[in-house]
Design a protein around this ligand. Structure first.
Ligand code: SF4
Ligand code: ZN
Ligand code: ZN
Length: 299
């Protein structure tokens, strides 16, 4: 059904039911970028004097984030982590490199095969567990390392509202208070950890997809082959079904958690003691960090 853009009355197919908002392509882009800026301001994610490292996988969320941050005037470079997954990783790196040229910004590339010594599928065989159970740990490790090496003050990731609510639902159903206490869109710098932010935490997956398509961003459409059947995807599907029936459920679930539950959970917990890994010197809660332990098992 065609509606009229609330700004210029042009006919448009873009309608956001949870915001009761119809916008043409041009005004959608302006709305999306200003909402991103409002989120950045609300959570004090970054300022114009920060040096930002955007974690870019080659997917629609991370490339859209890089695009929006550069357009908003931030000093934002990219970091791509090549996981060594046949075909998927090659295509992801290619699209990311092409996009870096388009925005005219520096791109750092980490090859897990070189930097860690094994690819994700190889580590999975050695560890005898699914790639998703350790991939995030490796990615966070290298993001943090490269941010510090390059003098970046903030690491930005493209996590969107669908990602955040899926994890929130999973952690709530399991009452995993340890994870809930860390589920905030800004994690401050300290103990050898770089500041981490999620400027798209209030944007749905559909909204970032619209933005990417409208702005001609050439992203990898296929999901990582290991994502198939993952728990998060199941939760995302369920939440999207609820959202269809009751528009606004996702944003309410997330925003109300941040406003009401997060302060209570956070305030009731002591901050974990972070030390330095005896092998690599990176932050960890034990004597040897998870990545070095995996390295030992893989050697
Ligand atoms: Fe890593 Fe799993 Fe995500 Fe693939 S789906 S990038 S293996 S966490
Ligand atoms: Zn318009
Ligand atoms: Zn270590």
């Amino acid at each position: 059904m065609k509606r009229k853009c609330i700004k210029c009355s042009k006919e448009t197919g873009i309608y956001l039911p949870h915001h009761r908002l119809a916008l043409c392509q041009e005004h959608y882009t302006a709305w999306f970028e200003s909402r991103t800026q409002r989120t950045i301001t609300e959570f004090r994610m970054m300022t114009g004097s920060d040096k930002i490292l955007v974690a870019v996988s080659g997917g629609k969320d991370s490339l859209s984030l890089w695009n929006a941050l550069v357009k908003l005037g931030y000093d934002a470079d990219g970091l791509h982590i090549n996981l060594g997954i046949p075909e998927y990783s090659e295509l992801s790196q290619k699209k990311t490199q092409e996009f870096a040229e388009r925005v005219g910004r520096k791109l750092h590339v980490v090859e897990i095969k070189t930097d860690f010594g094994r690819t994700i599928p190889e580590i999975s065989k050695i560890e005898r567990r699914p790639p998703c159970s350790f991939c995030g740990t490796l990615k966070r490790y290298f993001m943090n390392l490269y941010a510090k090496k390059g003098g970046y003050t903030v690491v930005a990731t493209g996590h969107n509202l669908d990602d955040e609510t899926a994890v929130l639902m999973l952690n709530t159903l399991n009452w995993n208070t340890e994870y809930l206490a860390r589920q905030y869109p800004v994690l401050p710098e300290g103990d050898g950890l770089a500041k981490k932010v999620k400027p798209f935490c209030k944007m749905t997956e559909k909204e970032t997809a619209f933005y990417a398509v409208i702005n001609g961003i050439d992203f990898v459409e296929d999901e990582c082959p290991f994502a198939v059947g993952s728990t998060t995807i199941i939760y995302k599907k369920i939440l999207s079904q609820i959202e269809q029936k009751f528009p606004g459920t996702k944003i309410r679930f997330y925003s109300e958690f941040l406003a009401k539950m997060y302060p209570m959970i956070r305030g009731s917990r002591e901050a974990p003691k972070i030390g330095k890994c005896n092998m690599c010197g990176e932050p960890t809660q034990s004597s040897i960090c998870l990545v070095c332990r995996m390295k030992i098992r893989a050697s």
